[in-house]
Write a protein that binds this ligand. Structure first.
Ligand code: UDP
Ligand code: MG
Length: 313
C-alpha cells in the first residue's frame, strides 16, 4: 500500500475551500484502493477569514484530512514546506487551493511516478483567466532567471508537482529562509519529467499574490540562484573606474598644459552624479545579498505552527 500526500497551502481561501476539498476527494477516490491510500494536508497560512474553521470541520468529518495552522502569514513557499515537512507519503503532491491546477492531473502524475520518475511537475500549456501583465511577466521572468542561474529550471511551471519520497527527503534537507521552491527542486536533480495541463482560472476568490509578493518571490529567485547581479556590480564598477581614470588624465592635462583649467564645471557635475548613482546602485545590489545573509544567519525556524489538527488519528 502506497500513501500519497496532498499538500494544499491556503491563505484566505474560504470561497474555494469546499469545492477544492470536494474535487480532490473525488479525484483521489478514483485511485485503486488496493494499491493506494491518501492524506490531504491543508496548511492555513494565517488566513484572516474563516478558512481555519472550514479546515477544522473538514478534519472532523474525514480522517484522511489533516490541518496545519500557522501562527501568522508566512507566505506560500513556506506553507508548502511546512506541509511537506509533516506529510508521511511515499509521494507528495503540492497543489494550489484555488483549483487553477486541476486535480485530475494528479492521476497522470502518479502514472509517471509508477513509471519510475522521481519528480513530475505540471507544465502549463495554456493559462486561462490570467491578466496579460501576469502572463508576460511570468513568461519572461522564467527565461530571465534561467539565463542568470546555473540550474536549469523548467519553463512555465509553478509549484504543482509530485515528488517521490527520495527526492522529497533531499529537498527537505534545505532549510534556507529565502525559498524559491521550484528552483530548489530543480537543483536537487533526480529523474524529472512533466505532464502538460491547461491552467484554469481561479475557481473563486481573488489572487493572493499581489504585485508586492510577486516581486519578493522574483527577487528571492534571482538572488538565491545567481551571483550574476554581483558580477554586474563589479563590471559596472570596473567600467566607471576606467572612465574616472580617463577623467583624471584629462583634468591633469588641462591643468598642466592649457590655460582653460577653470572650465569644465558641467563635466565635473555629470561625473560626480554619475559615479554617485552607480555607487548607490552597486551598494544596493550588495545590500540585497547582505540582507539575505543576515536573514539566513539568524537561523530562525522557517515557520511557527499554532496547532496541528488531526495528525494523531
Ligand atoms: N498562498 C499562501 N500564502 C500566501 C499567498 C498565497 O498560502 O501568502 C496560497 C494560496 O492560498 C493559493 C496558492 O498559495 O493556494 C497560490 O496563490 P494564488 O492562487 O493566489 O496565486 P496566483 O495563482 O494568483 O499566482
Ligand atoms: Mg492561483
Amino acid at each position: 500500500m502506497k500513501l500519497i500526500s496532498i499538500v494544499v497551502p491556503c491563505y484566505n481561501e474560504q470561497e474555494v475551500f469546499a469545492e477544492t476539498y470536494r474535487r480532490l476527494t473525488e479525484t483521489l477516490s478514483g485511485l485503486d484502493k488496493a494499491k493506494y491510500d491518501y492524506e490531504i494536508i491543508f496548511v492555513n497560512d494565517g488566513s484572516k477569514d474563516t478558512t481555519i474553521q472550514l479546515i477544522q470541520d473538514c478534519v472532523k468529518a474525514d480522517t484522511r484530512v489533516k490541518g496545519i495552522n500557522f501562527a501568522r502569514n508566512f507566505g506560500h513557499q513556506i506553507a508548502i514546506t511546512a506541509g511537506l515537512d509533516n506529510c508521511k507519503g511515499d509521494a507528495a503532491v503540492v497543489i494550489d487551493a484555488d483549483l487553477q491546477d486541476p486535480p485530475y492531473v494528479i492521476l497522470e502524475m502518479i502514472k509517471q511516478w509508477e513509471a519510475g520518475f522521481d519528480v513530475i511537475y505540471g507544465k502549463r500549456r495554456d493559462r486561462a483567466g490570467e491578466s496579460a501583465f501576469k502572463l508576460i511577466t511570468a513568461k519572461y521572468f522564467y527565461r530571465f532567471i534561467n539565463k542568470l542561474s546555473d540550474v536549469d529550471m523548467p519553463l512555465d511551471t509553478g509549484d504543482f508537482r509530485l515528488m517521490d519520497r527520495k527526492a522529497l527527503d533531499q529537498f527537505l534537507r534545505m532549510r534556507e529562509t529565502y525559498r524559491f521552491v521550484r528552483g530548489m527542486v530543480a537543483w536537487i536533480g533526480f529523474n524529472q519529467t512533466f505532464v502538460e495541463y491547461d491552467r484554469e482560472s481561479r475557481f473563486a476568490g481573488s489572487t493572493k499574490y499581489p504585485l508586492k509578493k510577486m516581486i519578493r518571490l522574483a527577487s528571492d529567485a534571482i538572488l538565491s540562484f545567481s551571483n550574476t547581479p554581483l558580477k554586474i556590480a563589479t563590471f559596472v564598477g570596473f567600467l566607471t573606474s576606467i572612465v574616472a581614470f580617463i577623467g583624471i588624465f584629462y583634468s591633469l592635462y588641462m591643468r598642466l598644459f592649457t590655460e582653460h583649467f577653470v572650465e569644465g564645471w558641467t563635466l565635473l557635475m555629470i561625473s560626480i552624479l554619475l559615479i554617485g548613482g552607480i555607487i548607490l546602485l552597486v551598494l544596493g545590489i550588495i545590500g540585497e545579498y547582505v540582507g539575505r545573509i543576515y536573514g539566513e544567519i539568524k537561523q530562525r525556524p522557517l515557520y511557527i505552527i499554532r496547532d496541528k489538527i488531526g495528525f494523531d488519528n
